[in-house]
Design a protein around this ligand. Structure first.
Ligand code: NAD
Length: 476
């Protein structure tokens, strides 16, 4: 495996630099403040930490399902992948080969896997959005602990049913709201709770989706059409509404309103002379959404990683199959001629108990991709955060200082998505199952259900042009 070699290299650098690190001790800053990785913890102790190796079944071995399995490669004493269910043979075979799975534990559909006598401790469900509810309910009834990708399901009723079934069957449920686990989110929460900026008054939070990312996923791709997946706020930003609720802590949201629309990616905006496919379009060079630019030019430089990996759906990564996919498949279509209907820009305003407020913006037309911009306003200061930089402005001391929120562990490359938050989610879930301790899961059933219900109500406000009074007690 390539990873251990890479990690050995990093370790040797750490050893080489140790005297420098010790010198820095004199400044009395902690390892965390210095931003040093706790390599000892991750390489030497972590693998011994949990008593039990958790056996996991993967349901849906696409981008997300396969990504979580790298945890088992990194920590084979903690997690073992023992089965996979996916209708695509290339997806099943990739997981089989990586994890030496027995042929009788490869399934074309999860319904066959769930009929077998229970053969794993947990299941990771990473099927498309509309295919979450049925497997979640079925595996919960079979006694499997569940890591369920977000969104939990596409209707409030289905989300409630998943939660109640997990509770009735005493199985743990973790939902893929990875952003909660990110050190930056944790640090913001810690600062807010510590009183560093006095009483909290307002949170302003913005998710820059990224212009080409929006075109890839929400115009041409899997999340473009509500009937096939779900509405944008749920598919893309349930993370962010969840984060705002997490930061607000015990204060519950009481009112919500929202506006949003699908801008630009419509037939009326198609440039004169544009073709139906980017590979035969005469104005492609002037289009920021050109499939040639997003996929082909990167592949020509040898880059077949996401999002190009999604386009080569048959698992063959070469220029020939990519060109064929762009000539015939969904990702080569003109962005002004797709069957997309999900909104590209949406705002959500929320009032919390005690008069606290929050404003969220989801925006497709950004240069940045994923690096959220957050400002928390308090009676004695401000917390400002852009990507991974946190600044605190103290109105009393009249100072502004930077607060580090570094990773304290070395995160395997394949779990670096969402700034490394994927690693913390899977690690917490595996520890929770191994130790039979649901408190290790930060994205458990109750809080996740509450933030999902808020997302559904925000969308109702957008559609019905009304302010919605939010009372989640009767639904939980
Ligand atoms: N947590 C996050 O930040 C995050 C990020 C991206 C996607 N997601 C969510 O994760 C889920 C999966 O997304 P993805 O990007 O991996 O999609 P994907 O299309 O790459 O993977 C989905 C997989 O499910 C398989 N599948 C379909 N029907 C199935 C069935 N009946 N039984 C078993 N497998 C089946 C497909 O063949 C495919 O391999 C979606 O719900 C998505 O919204 C979450």
């Amino acid at each position: 495996m390539a990873f251990p070699k890479f990690f050995d290299f990093i370790k040797s650098i750490r050893e080489r630099d140790r005297p420098v690190a010790q010198e820095k001790e004199s400044t009395k800053r902690t390892d965390e403040q210095k931003g040093l990785w706790d390599l000892d913890a991750i390489f030497e102790k972590k693998d011994e930490e949990d008593v039990k190796c958790v056996n996991v079944l993967i349901v849906g071995a696409g981008s997300r399902g396969s990504c979580y399995t790298f945890y088992a490669m990194q920590f084979p004493k903690r997690m073992k992948v023992v089965g996979v269910a996916d209708p695509r043979s290339c997806a099943r075979e990739k997981i089989r080969d990586l994890h030496n799975i027995d042929e009788d534990k490869l399934f074309e559909d999860w319904t066959v896997a769930v009929e077998r006598e229970k053969f794993a401790d947990a299941v990771i469900i990473a099927t498309p959005d509309r295919a979450h509810k049925d497997p979640a309910i079925a595996f919960a009834r079979r006694g499997y602990h569940i890591l369920l990708e977000k969104p939990m399901a596409v209707t409030p009723e289905d989300c409630c049913e998943i939660v109640s079934t997990c509770k009735e069957n005493s199985v743990m449920l973790a939902v893929g709201h990875v952003m909660r686990y990110h050190p930056v989110s944790q640090k913001i929460k810690e600062l807010m709770d510590s009183g560093a900026i006095g009483d909290i008054v307002h949170i302003q939070h913005m998710e820059p989706v990224g212009h080409w990312h929006f075109a890839h996923s929400f115009v041409r791709g899997n999340w473009r059409n509500e009937k096939e997946s779900t509405f944008s706020l749920l598919a893309k930003s349930c993370h962010d509404i969840d984060l705002i609720c997490y930061w607000m802590g015990k204060k519950r949201c009481v009112k919500v309103s929202s506006f949003g629309s699908l801008s630009h990616f419509t037939k009326e905006n198609k440039p004169k002379d544009a073709g139906s496919r980017c590979l035969d379009c005469s104005v492609e060079e002037t289009c920021p959404y050109s499939a040639k630019k997003i996929y082909l030019e990167k592949a020509e430089m040898g880059m077949f990683c996401w999002p190009t990996s999604v386009v080569c759906n048959d698992g063959i990564y070469d220029i020939e199959s990519l060109t064929k996919a762009l000539k015939t498949g969904p990702y080569g279509r003109c962005v002004y001629e797709c069957d997309n209907d999900v909104v590209s820009n949406q705002v959500v305003n929320m009032e919390f108990e005690g008069g606290l407020t929050a404003a969220f913006t989801m925006m497709a037309f950004t240069h940045a991709l994923g690096a959220r911009v957050t400002t928390v306003y308090g009676s004695k200061g401000e917390i400002r955060c852009k990507g991974s930089t946190i600044e605190v402005c103290d109105f009393v001391a009249k100072t502004t200082y930077t607060v580090p929120a570094m990773h304290r562990v070395m995160i395997p490359m394949q779990l670096m998505a969402h700034g490394g938050a994927d690693y913390y989610l899977i690690s917490s879930f595996i520890s929770a199952v191994a130790k039979d301790d649901p408190s290790l899961i930060q994205t458990g059933p109750d809080e996740t259900l509450r933030s999902h219900l808020l997302v559904f109500e925000a969308e109702r406000s957008r559609r019905e042009s009304c302010v919605v009074q939010f009372d989640d007690d009767d639904k939980e």
